[in-house]
Design a binder for this molecule. Structure first.
Ligand code: ZN
Length: 135
């Protein structure tokens, strides 16, 4: 999937996400929310904020069955970048949110400090993903 197709899919997916009440406090409308998401995707160059691995590399690892997706109810976690609240107490607002891969987001959860996670765990995960890519 190229970047243009990926962005078009994400626009549709993210607009649907906004129905959740929890997003409303920090983003004025679902269109502002979608706009923020796409800008952030470009700003982060389609990479996870923490491990700086491209979502396209992660998707390729999945396609080659070198990395598993996490099955959830109706779908999977893994093939898209997720919205992470850097400080859980500040909720969903643009200045508090970044995009993270499922593996970093799930691991960091709300238990670890965002910048410390990026400093200590991000680079190690990147090493592991790079290893998988080369293997
Ligand atoms: Zn990551």
């Amino acid at each position: 999937m190229n970047r243009t197709d990926f962005i078009e899919n994400e626009k549709i997916r993210v607009l649907k996400l906004y129905t959740s009440q929890k997003h409303i406090e920090g983003f004025q409308s679902k269109y502002k929310f979608m706009e923020w998401f796409i800008n952030q995707l470009n700003k982060q160059d389609f990479k996870c904020y923490y491990c700086e691995t491209s979502i396209f590399d992660i998707r390729e690892l999945m396609e080659k069955e070198k990395l598993k997706k996490r099955k959830i109810g109706h779908g999977f976690r893994g093939p898209i970048l997720e919205i992470d609240k850097m400080n859980n107490d500040l909720g969903y607002r643009p200045s508090n949110c970044v995009l993270a891969c499922y593996y970093c987001n799930n691991d960091k959860s709300y238990t670890l400090d965002s910048e410390k996670y990026k400093e200590f765990f991000g680079p190690t995960r990147k090493l592991f993903f790079d290893f998988l890519i080369k293997s």
